[in-house]
Design a protein around this ligand. Structure first.
Ligand code: C2E
Ligand code: MG
Ligand code: MG
Length: 279
């Protein structure tokens, strides 16, 4: 079994190098849905990378992103994702009124948080005409910790100077400390799905949800609940004052065409009805 695992890993890693040039990548988008009454049911989407290889079939990002980080291909993949996102965003923003909130979030690896990143982002924005105010970046706690503190904080600051938003992804699974949270320039906290869908009988998860929601409010950061799969979970995070939710219950990651539909017609989720199913 171990030998098979190693063989698979080597194969995935080797094939990854050509994935961009062979045109095997595409993006899906999953909405962020505001929970506290507003005119829109879609305010942002997250871009999620998909890879379909002719022999390997569909390979999930949880499998190939760590390998890409290890062998350095992440720079090439990251550049492709950013360019694709900017091209899409430039097309979507043309039909949007200036006061209509809509942001596209891109996941960044720790490995990408270096000097080359800003230049690459500026180049993409310039080439595509995408509005930096409609672009956001998701980084993980571990990414913030892994790299040199001051350099990363400065980098995030420069992204925000351009108008881009910064989200802390998978919050609660890494090694954040509160002092870290205070020092990092942030617009959005994304609480990892494991806190929402692993509800224990003793109410500890509930206590964590309550505390995170309050913490974010006090710090003037928006807070999103990831991995919402049931009406009960949606009702719980709505009642606790979470600003946004993301998850299969609301919408699966979907191709760009779906985003056009969502922007034009809304997601058509009966939010009030769903959120009234108290746990
Ligand atoms: P993430 O950034 O935390 O993305 C959320 C993941 O949760 C996505 O998995 C999404 O499909 C999944 N998800 C959404 N709603 C639900 C739900 O209700 N239940 C459950 N169980 N899962 C849900 P996906 O697309 O497989 O991506 C996995 C991870 O791969 C991402 O986690 C992110 O860390 C990484 N990733 C994806 N695209 C990129 C990319 O372009 N660049 C980088 N660096 N990483 C990426
Ligand atoms: Mg993410
Ligand atoms: Mg996440």
């Amino acid at each position: 079994a171990l030998r098979e695992q190693v063989a698979r890993r080597n194969q995935v890693e080797a094939q990854l190098r050509g994935a961009v040039t062979r045109g095997e990548l595409h993006l899906n988008f999953q909405p962020f849905v505001p929970l506290q009454q507003g005119p829109y049911d879609l305010v942002a989407v997250e871009a999620l990378l998909r890879w379909t290889h002719p022999d390997l079939g569909r390979v999930g990002p949880d499998e190939f992103i760590p390998l890409a980080e290890r062998n350095g291909t992440i720079e090439q993949l990251g550049a492709w994702v950013l360019h694709e996102v900017c091209v899409q965003l430039a097309a979507w923003q043309r039909d949007l009124p200036a006061d209509r909130p809509f942001t596209v979030f891109v996941n960044l690896s720790a490995v990408q948080l270096n000097d080359r990143l800003l230049a690459m982002i500026d180049r993409c924005l310039e080439r595509t005409g995408a509005d930096p105010h409609r672009l956001g970046f998701e980084i993980t706690e571990t990414a913030v910790l892994a790299a040199d503190d001051a350099a990363v904080v400065a980098l995030l600051g420069r992204l925000r100077e351009r108008g881009c938003q910064i989200a802390l992804d998978d919050f609660g699974t890494g090694y954040s400390s509160l002092s870290r949270l205070r020092a990092t320039p942030l617009d959005l906290l994304k609480l990892d799905g494991s806190f929402v869908n692993r509800r224990s009988a003793d109410g500890r998860e509930q206590a964590i949800l309550t505390a995170v929601s309050q913490l974010a409010r006090e710090m003037d950061i928006q807070v999103l609940a990831e991995g919402i799969e049931t009406q009960e979970q949606l009702a719980a995070v709505t009642a606790l004052g979470f600003d946004l939710a993301q998850g299969y219950l609301l919408a699966r990651p979907s191709p760009p065409g779906s985003v056009c539909g969502w922007l034009a017609d809304g997601l058509s989720i009966p939010l009030a009805e769903l959120a009234s199913h108290a746990p």
